[in-house]
Design a protein around this ligand. Structure first.
Ligand code: CP
Length: 334
């Protein structure tokens, strides 16, 4: 049984098929791929786009979605084994996932890192726990990667450039400032899918401390060796932006400072000038700009960039609906 935990687990032909199915769902909104079926959407963190697009996408394919927030409207869950459960958690993932798998045909999971111990967070235990016990396909709705966002992003780029073939495009994933240390998931994902598509990828970040986890740097390097393209790490804003075709912005916390963010804050505060603005975009080849959203205007990108024709963030957000319908239809049909 196939899950959708990471795009890296899916073959390139399967990714391409999902993107084509998503484009088809964009043209023909309604379908019956989930007729009589149900989807459990488990959110450990807030969401606007993911929750709305999964709920509406399930409805548009004839299915029914149930949304649960453990610790809020559902019981808190224990993920460790051998624990004497005399704390907050009322039930164990082994029961939660099995029970939901008896009710629902698909399970979506959003579980961000706890931001205390990266060695533990990088195990992705919540997602893996659901996948292990559910007995039905599990979809990653953002944990330490965000694969649904990856497909929505690529579909938006294919639409902007009028081609499925993105090879030869200069793609810049730029770190931007944010007052808080954020999840690296979307950055991990952007690096993964941009290299998977064979683009010439530059990871622009303030210092080597902001380079991403070795697992995702390794996936990106593997993708370059298999698909062509290139991968460069840069700390030079001007050279990174020059002649770019795509600028994708995201903020994330520096992994060496994981769990001691008070030490990272004064470092991060020196790099507010990484904001995406008109001057930087003017260095590009009229690049498409995007961000996964939510985005703090005039912190990560200026009003002028967000409101410019270069910005495809709304198209990308819309595409979440279409790609997730393609993913759910593919998983249910297996
Ligand atoms: N991009 C994204 O996943 O948005 P939400 O956090 O609002 O779901």
């Amino acid at each position: 049984m196939k899950h959708f935990l990471n795009t890296q687990d899916w073959s390139r032909p399967d990714i391409d098929a999902l993107l084509r199915d998503a484009a088809n769902f964009k043209r023909h909104k309604l379908g019956d791929a989930l007729k009589g079926r149900s989807v459990a959407l488990v959110f450990f963190n807030p969401s606007l786009r993911t929750r709305t697009s999964f709920e509406l996408g399930t409805f548009q394919l004839g299915g029914h979605a149930v949304v649960l927030s453990p610790g809020k409207d559902a019981w808190p869950i224990e993920f460790d084994f051998g624990t004497v459960m005399d704390g907050e958690a009322e039930e164990h993932i082994a029961e939660v996932a099995r029970v939901l798998g008896r009710y629902a045909d698909l399970i979506g999971v959003r579980a961000f890192p706890k931001f205390v111990d990266w060695a533990q967070d990088r195990e992705d235990r919540v997602l893996k726990g659901f996948a292990k016990y559910a007995g039905v396909p599990v979809i990653n709705m953002e944990t330490i990667t965000h694969p649904c966002q990856e497909l929505a992003h690529v579909l938006a780029l294919q639409e902007r450039f009028g081609t499925e073939d993105l090879r030869g495009k200069k793609y810049v994933l730029t770190w931007t400032y944010h007052p808080k240390a954020l999840n690296t998931a979307v950055a991990n994902s952007a690096l993964t899918i941009a290299t998977r598509m064979g683009m010439d990828v530059t990871l622009l970040c303030p210092t080597p401390d902001y380079v991403l986890d070795e697992r995702y740097m390794g996936w990106a390097a593997q993708n370059v060796s298999e698909n062509g393209g290139s991968l460069t790490v840069s700390h030079d804003i001007e050279s990174a932006y020059t002649d770019a075709d795509v600028v994708y912005a995201k903020s994330w916390g520096a992994l060496p400072y994981f769990g001691r963010w008070q030490d990272e804050k004064p470092i991060r505060d020196q790099y507010k000038h990484f904001i995406v603005d008109e001057a930087k975009m003017a260095l590009t080849r009229e690049a498409a700009f995007s961000h996964c959203l939510p985005l703090r205007r005039n912190v990560k990108a200026t009003d002028a960039v967000m409101d410019s024709p270069a910005c495809i963030a709304i198209e990308e957000a819309e595409n979440r609906l279409h790609v997730q319908k393609a993913i759910m239809a593919a998983l249910i049909a297996q």
